[in-house]
Design a protein around this ligand. Structure first.
Ligand SMILES: [Zn+2]
Length: 147
């Protein structure tokens, strides 16, 4: 498949993806993506709750608010908040946020490196992925070389 064709297809598709669409007119794949979104959101809540427990002893109560991490205006407080999360959780949370954002904007499931569609099976198995299996394999090989 030509890359340009695929990109065009994605654009057209993303236009039809709105939050107002009803159950009847969404495809099976969209339903799966909505399920993935639900999973991501509950994972996010769990992570934030765990982070809250972790930092509860070190912060004064008025600082224990959970900022909306998707909001640009709170980027600075997000950052200090995220700094308190352990590295692995922090990375995962960021990935979850990105995935949810992409689902909302209709760009979810497109490989960030090559622009190809990521298979729904892969997305279900690993919802936060931003790369197709081919690019991910390549990236992992490169990471191994750096270590
Ligand atoms: Zn790719």
């Amino acid at each position: 498949m030509h890359k340009s064709e695929l990109m065009r297809g994605e654009k057209v598709k993303s236009k039809t993806k709105t939050k107002t669409k009803t159950e009847e007119n969404i495809s099976r794949e969209d339903k799966k993506i909505l399920n993935i979104k639900k999973k991501l959101e509950s994972q996010r809540v769990t992570l934030l709750a765990e982070a809250g427990e972790t930092i509860i002893g070190t912060l004064s109560p008025e600082k224990l608010t959970f900022p909306d991490l998707g909001d640009q205006a709170t980027a600075e407080s997000d950052r200090s908040f995220l700094l308190r999360l352990r590295g692995r959780e922090q990375k995962l949370l960021k990935k979850i946020e990105n995935a949810i954002e992409k689902i909302d904007s209709g760009t979810y499931g497109v490989c960030e490196t090559c622009g190809e569609k990521i298979s729904i099976k892969r997305l279900e198995a690993r919802p936060v992925t931003t790369l197709c299996i081919e690019c991910k394999t390549k990236q992992e090989e490169e990471e191994k070389l750096r270590e």
